[in-house]
Write a protein that binds this ligand. Structure first.
Ligand SMILES: *Cc1c(COP(=O)(O)O)cnc(C)c1O
Length: 301
């Protein structure tokens, strides 16, 4: 690295803690929580693993600006803003939905702005074409040359960064369950798994496109499919950030039962709640042979 700027130090490997639950042990399933939410205080979980190699590359290339994309509640935008502040890089967040420009910022965008991120709101049609030159070039014209990171931060470097998550778990689990938003975390985790361990990606968006997306990310990063993984599209509860009474009740109950394993932290509702809920439903369906150790990745808090 040519720059003297320090990349944010993380606390890796993150802890893997047992969370025995009678509703699972009844089916012979042992639950473990991979506390990736503890990876870094400002860049939790998979966002730290995905950003770190991209930040190193951006500094190496001499960039002083990061430009990236996300929805109004994007954890990736927020993490990128925090990373920019820590490293002294300027950040530009391109946000889906131009109607948001006329409203007060929500907490997530306000936190990004407080970290110095400049927010640029795009209407949904333009946002869909955000990487086309007609949309991207004017943005770079306006904000200056920048290292451009994709939505959710999922590119090849990010996928490589997430292989370490699989290696940290190693042979300590037979199945790893992880939320799938853009799929970069599953793509890397799957490739880093120990032989004999498989991963289940829990899609948090509807549409059934995530398995193809994870495969595409693995092809870009490794030249082909790697590891034993699949995506389950049944647990998104109607779509991104959607919930329902059953999921909400499950989440509150889980946090109460597993206060110790979670250090009293709440269960992150958009990704982690759906992942944990999926594990319980799969166990009820008999998807895991007795004796299976299932590690659920707590990707954020
Ligand atoms: C971003 C995020 C995910 C999704 O990761 P992808 O690599 O986009 O699939 C999962 N959990 C949390 C808490 C996140 O912030």
């Amino acid at each position: 690295m040519t720059s003297s700027v320090q990349l944010p130090a993380g606390r890796l490997p993150t802890p893997l803690v047992a969370a025995p639950d009678e509703r699972l042990t009844r089916h012979g399933v042992h639950l473990l929580l991979k506390r990736d939410d503890l990876a870094h205080p400002l860049l939790p979980g998979n966002k730290f693993r995905k950003l770190r190699p991209n930040l190193a590359a951006a500094l190496e290339a001499g960039h002083d600006t990061l430009l990236t994309f996300g929805g109004a509640y994007s954890n990736h935008l927020r993490a990128t803003a925090a990373a920019g502040r820590l490293l002294g890089l300027r950040t530009v967040g391109v946000v889906r939905g131009d109607e948001l420009a006329r409203r007060p910022l929500n907490d997530s965008l306000a936190a990004a702005a407080a970290d110095g991120m400049r927010l640029h709101f795009l209407d949904r049609a333009a946002y869909r074409r955000k990487t086309d030159p007609e949309v991207l070039a004017p943005l770079l014209e306006r904000y200056g040359p920048a290292c451009v990171l994709p939505e959710g931060g999922s590119n090849s470097l990010a996928v490589h960064g997430c292989t370490e998550l699989g290696r940290e778990i190693g042979a300590a689990a037979d199945v790893v369950a992880v939320a799938c938003g853009t799929g970069g975390t599953l793509a890397g985790l799957g490739a880093g798994l120990a032989p004999g361990t498989r991963a289940i990606g829990v899609a948090v968006l509807r549409g059934g496109f995530l398995a193809d997306e994870v495969l595409r990310l693995q092809q870009d990063a490794f030249g082909g499919r790697r590891g034993d993984w699949r995506v389950d599209d049944r647990f998104h509860c109607g779509g991104f950030a959607r919930t329902g009474p059953e999921l909400a009740a499950f989440t509150a109950d889980f946090a109460a039962r597993h206060r110790a394993a979670l250090d009293g932290a709440a269960v992150e509702p958009v990704y982690v709640a759906k992942t944990l809920h999926a594990v319980f439903r799969l166990a009820e369906e008999g998807a895991f042979p007795p004796g299976t150790r299932v590690a659920a990745v707590i990707t954020g808090s």
